[in-house]
Design a binder for this molecule. Sequence first.
Ligand SMILES: N[C@@H](CCC(=O)N[C@@H](CS)C(=O)NCC(=O)O)C(=O)O
Length: 227
Amino acid sequence: MKNSVVLHQWEISPFCQKVARMLKFKGIAYETANYNGVLGAKVPMLSKVGKVPVLDINGQRIQDSTRIARYLDETYPELPRLYPADPLQKAYVELWEDWADELLYFYEIHFRVSDAEAFNHAVAISAEGRPKHEVILLKPLLKSALSLQLTMQGTGRMAKADIEAEFIRHLERIELVLSKTGWLVGEVKTLADISVGSQLLEIVRTNKVWGAKINSYPHIAQWIVQL
Ligand SMILES: N[C@@H](CCC(=O)N[C@@H](CS)C(=O)NCC(=O)O)C(=O)O
């Protein structure tokens, strides 16, 4: 256990899945510590920020998926790079990453909260392995926390039809960019693909209708299975 890499996570979190994909991409073996159900109360104790993902690696504890990505590239430059070496390409990757984390994420929450089946699926994943009564407890807590997050950010105050129309515009842009090389930046997989894909894949996982919509774009469908 001493030298092991531990990803503290919520299985349902796109940011945790992003880190899991980074580690897989780099070929770094890791274990997960899950905070399902009431264990979620321990997340604020993992770091000052109080969010997951948190990665324990080489005796260090790193919080935030972007800081983890930088650490992995700096510490293991010989392994496949998350950020390209070329400064301009790196800047594009950072812009895509930030866009996925700070904007696409709220669409992901919207599609999780606005559809009853998607929400129930998300709750079930969040309480996996925990006693049944925790599902009952978790459901209203998760609903109010995610709805509040959406309202504060602004997406939660938009009309459903407007959110969906904007999301389709985003998908069309992603599809167009992917049509050139099959990747978002340059000719190989980078953190841009992992970041954007991790948000979209959470929609695919929980929301049948919007998951099918995402997969109806041929370049996106071909790309997303490679993430
Ligand atoms: N910028 C952070 C975002 C992480 C994040 O928002 N994590 C959510 C789960 S998806 C969380 O831990 N939320 C708990 C909270 O805000 O209290 C990253 O990239 O790691």
